[in-house]
Structure formats: C-alpha cells, structure tokens
Design a protein around this ligand. Structure first.
Ligand code: SAM
Length: 291
C-alpha cells in the first residue's frame, strides 16, 4: 500500500460484477479520499456501503459534466487533496468518463495514479483463447450502419486480435456486420456477464455467432473478441508482372497501374511503377505482327 499521501488524481478500478474483485488498495483509496468523482453518486454510494466504507464526499462526473468539473477537480488537487475517480464499473477512462480529466490533470503537471483492477476488455481477451500477444481495443462501434461498415472495412485486414464492447440489443446485428466485413469463418468469442453468476463464453465462427445471437437473444453485458486477419499470401512475382502487363495492354497508364497493384499485391508504388515502366518499354520494342 502507498504510504505517501500526496496530492493526486487517483483512478480506481471497481468490480465489473463481482464485489470480491474490489482490491484492498481500492478500498483504502475510496475510504480515505478527500473527494470521490463518480459517474453516478447513488451507485457509488451503494458500492461504498456494500464494501463497508465510510461515506465520503461525492462529485458527479459523467460524460456531460466531465469538462465542466475538470477545473474543480484540478483546484482540489492544487490545494493538496487526493481526488479519487471511479466509473460505474471497471477502469475509469476506458469507454467511460475520465479520459479528458486525466489529460488535463497530467498536462497541468499534477500527479495521476492508478489503482489497477477489473476491466472487461482485458478480462474477455485473457479468457478468449485467441491470440493475446498483440491486440487492439475498438470500444463501441458507431451506431450508424454506414459509419460502422466503414470502420469495419478499415479493420478487415487488421492482423491483431480485436476487442469490441457492445450492448445486447445490437449484438446480433453487429456480429452479422462483422461476418460480412471479415468473413463468416473468422473465429470469435462473445464473453457475457463476466465475473457474474451467469458468465458465459460463446466460441465459434462469427457467422455462426450471428445466428446464435439472433436465436438466443442473449442479455446482460458482453464483449466481442475476434481474431485478426490471417497474413496475406506473399505475392508471386509472376502474378504481379502478369497483372501489370494485362493492365498496360488494356490501356492503363504506368502511374495508374502502379497505384492499383500497390493495393492489390502489397508492394510499394515505386516498385509497381518500376515494373510497369520496364514492361511498357519491352512491349514498345517487341516486334509487331506484319499486317
Ligand atoms: N470502463 C469499463 C471497463 O473498464 O471495462 C467499461 C465501461 S463500458 C461503458 C461498459 C461495457 O463494458 C459494456 O457495454 C460491456 O461491453 C462491457 N462490460 C462491462 N462489464 C461487463 C461484464 N461483466 N461482462 C461483459 N462485458 C462487460
């Protein structure tokens, strides 16, 4: 436990379902805070009483009030106080309020401390059985379908395991969109009600997952973990040259061909351009058929 009691903003992770996951360090910080900034004062008040923590001064800090409350929190830290920040569940600042406050406190030169603990993203990833050595967290997808599909289109070739938060009523549609963007066979894990009584891990192909979600309408909180794209096959030089020669024969310019094959074969434009120039010159000097 930290024996120093210095002025700071202290981010404290709270349980995502199981009260037993509240660490003793979290209890200490909550019990001794000069101020607890929280998303919902009633919910945090309940957590404090369930954990047997004496009531502390609470300040509501949610998505709508975060910017307005930042100056107040910084003034308290300036005065030498320890301000604890919690969200409704999990790690503050992770798809929850806190990001802007932490940025302001850090850039103001004040101390930021973190009491680590539960977070749905890491919990789901760790138990997914999918590759964990490289991953990316995508939070919630945009709600508008066009924006969602554009986001997913940009992720179709992402090689790292991806983690998404989603609400239960959008699960089936999101899994169907993931199947459309990544292919129905892409392995996925839906981690539901983590650390709670009805914890469930659904594992399989994303197309099958969409059908399951449509049929079962699973409720509760959930995380989608999906495997990254397999590595693209190495382009064979013969294929690349054949495509370039065909495009040139169809009338494309060397510049157009260079851009096209860069996307298709994963070579640099400069490389594609050089091959196109060579093949175009060879085609010009090739003997023509007598008419
Ligand atoms: N800050 C939180 C964290 O560190 O995990 C996340 C807050 S975000 C507003 C809430 C989302 O987290 C839910 O919609 C769900 O996707 C995920 N989540 C939170 N608790 C969960 C649980 N017990 N099981 C599965 N997913 C959970």
């Amino acid at each position: 436990m930290n024996v120093l009691r210095r002025a700071a903003l202290v981010l404290v992770a709270t349980p995502i379902g199981n009260l037993g996951d509240l660490s003793s360090r979290a209890v200490h910080e909550l019990g001794t805070a000069d101020l607890i900034a929280c998303e919902d004062t009633r919910r945090t008040g309940r957590l404090l009483s369930l954990a047997g923590i004496e009531r502390r001064p609470l300040l509501r800090l949610d998505d709508h009030t975060e910017t307005a409350r930042t100056a107040e929190v910084m003034a308290r830290i300036e005065r030498g106080e320890r301000v604890v920040l919690v969200s409704d569940a999990g790690m503050p600042g992770i798809s929850d309020p806190g990001e802007r406050l932490v940025a302001a406190v850090a850039s103001g030169g004040y101390t930021v401390e973190v009491v680590p603990g539960p977070s749905a993203v890491v919990t789901a990833l760790a138990g997914s059985g999918l590759p964990t050595h490289r991953f990316c967290f995508e939070g919630f997808l945009p709600r508008r379908r066009g924006e969602r599909m554009a986001r997913l289109g940009g992720l179709a070739a992402e090689p790292r395991t991806m983690v998404f938060y989603e609400s239960p009523h959008r699960l089936a549609a999101t899994l169907a969109d993931l199947a459309a963007a990544f292919g129905a066979d892409r392995p996925v894990v839906v981690a539901r009600e983590l650390t709670k009584l009805h914890e469930q891990w659904w594992r399989g192909g994303v197309g099958q997952a969409a059908a399951w979600a449509l049929e079962a309408s699973p409720r509760g909180e959930l995380v989608i973990v999906i495997q990254g794209a397999p590595p693209a096959p190495e382009p064979r030089a013969g294929d690349l040259e054949a495509v370039i020669a065909a495009r040139l024969a169809q009338g494309s310019s060397v510049k157009e061909v260079a851009v096209e094959v860069a996307g298709q074969f994963g070579v640099s434009r400069r490389e594609g351009y050089a091959i196109a120039v060579r093949l175009a010159a060879a085609a010009r000097s090739a003997p023509t058929e007598p008419s």
